[in-house]
Write a protein of this length. Structure first.
Length: 432
């Protein structure tokens, strides 16, 4: 039996082509959603860009017929732009509220057709819908299966003979279906203390033994196996995209910055180090904060500045602050918001995207597509600390990237599990 799906505004902002992804069912976009998109279209952020895409696509659909009567889509479904109906919600729901108007449209269709569902990324609106008897669901397209996300470092049990041979020959055939740039610890069944660590080559065909790390970029040394693996990916110029997931204090940002400084400032492999992160809470523009761009960004970039000053302190103890300012003034380091990155082409840069769990899949796609020839991108975040009200652990841009790029030759990933910030921070991560 075919269904009717009523889309909320946030679904179209999250995925401008979402109305084409409901197979051969009927998709309804209430006129109140069109009005809300109209208020966003002049915005310079990703929300405004998405609103403009939706408007253009709907305008193209008009060529195929009357949207209010229903237009057939290529997937066999029908698209309807529907006017508001008389109030069918209880009188406590005022239709002056946009959410209530969308909810009213969903209830009207449900009463008339009995097989209508409201699709929204707003948890509270889903709760309100259920309260008045409307079936409500999240937008599932693009969501990843969190339990299937690979950690980037796995333990594989082998015979003691295999481990000894791997130590001696420093290579072994990849018979465990490990993907490119994935790390593995071969552990002897007979003696758990006997182990060896390797990394899968970019062709997936063999595992190469990892050597002891020789470098300590800007005085930063790996404190555990995960950090050691991450540092190898971060310093490898052949790996163009690296993602790192982990809770606070696991070293994601610190490791990224230290390796970025090493490659961009010390070795001059890249023209500059660019660090960007989304401006949250959502909807707040840094333009409302007085001062220069750098002064406005400092409000949101505190964690970045703290880590950079810590690294500078390790390398230039007497003049750390002056060195930091010198690198900023000479454009070897650039601090930017995600908004400032959109629209640019960035060749031969070392770019770090921090707090990427607050980005939508559409936004992360926009950012990654900025990478020009010779650019390396590092994407970090904690999917359990999402500030965007319309994202969750399965739908954010960070997890989406990990899921889509798995196995690519130019990509590597690490999930951090051990907190190294302090004993207290580790205990907080474990208990809270």
């Amino acid at each position: 039996m075919k269904k009717i799906y009523i889309l909320d505004t946030n679904v179209l902002i999250h995925d401008p082509m979402s109305f084409t992804k409901f197979e051969d069912n009927t998709v309804v976009i209430p006129i109140s959603v069109i009005e809300e998109l109209d208020t966003f279209k002049s915005s310079g952020d990703e929300r405004g860009k998405a609103a403009r895409i939706v408007s253009r696509k709907l305008d193209e659909m008009r060529k195929s017929g009357k949207l209010n009567a229903g237009v057939k889509m290529e997937n066999g479904g029908t698209l309807i732009v529907d006017l508001d109906h008389e109030q069918v919600l209880p009188k406590e729901f005022l239709l002056t509220e946009m959410d209530n108007r969308i909810l009213n449209s969903a209830l009207w269709f449900n009463l008339k057709k009995h097989n209508a569902s409201l699709v929204t990324k707003d948890i509270n609106l889903r709760l309100k819908a259920e309260a008045v008897g409307i079936n409500a669901e999240d937008y599932e397209a693009g969501k990843v299966k969190v339990d299937e996300i690979y950690p980037g470092l796995v333990v594989v049990e082998k015979t003691s003979e295999f481990v000894d041979k791997f130590y001696k020959e420093k290579t072994a055939r990849n018979t465990d279906e490990l993907v490119a740039n994935e790390f593995v610890i071969f552990k002897a069944r007979e003696d758990p203390k006997k182990s060896a660590m390797g990394r899968v080559d970019f062709n997936d065909t063999s595992v190469v033994k990892m050597l002891s790390p020789e470098s300590a970029p800007w005085g930063i040394r790996p404190l555990n196996k995960e950090q050691r693996c991450a540092m190898e990916l971060l310093l490898d110029e052949n790996v163009k995209l690296v993602t790192m997931i982990g809770s606070a204090g696991t070293g994601k940002t610190l490791m990224s910055l230290a390796c970025g400084l090493q490659k961009a400032v010390e070795e001059n492999v890249y023209r500059r180090l660019i660090i960007c992160r989304p401006i949250v809470p959502v909807g707040k523009d840094i333009g409302f904060i007085p001062g220069t761009k750098e002064e406005k960004l400092s409000t949101w970039m505190g964690a970045i500045y703290d880590n950079l000053e810590f690294i500078m302190d390790r390398r230039h103890q007497d003049d750390a602050l002056q060195k930091f300012e010198y690198l900023l003034q000479n454009e070897k380091i650039e601090i930017a918001s995600v908004t400032h990155i959109r629209g640019r082409t960035l060749p031969k840069q070392y770019m770090i995207v921090d707090d990427a769990q607050n980005l939508t899949p559409h936004e992360i796609k926009t950012i990654l597509s900025r990478a020009g020839e010779g650019t390396k991108v590092v994407v970090t975040g904690d999917p359990y600390q999402i500030d965007n009200p319309y994202l969750d652990i399965a739908s954010n841009g960070l997890m989406y990237t990990v899921d889509r790029f798995k196995g690519q030759k130019l990509y590597g990933h690490l999930t951090f599990t051990k907190t190294e910030r302090s004993q207290l921070a580790g205990l907080v991560a474990e208990l809270m």
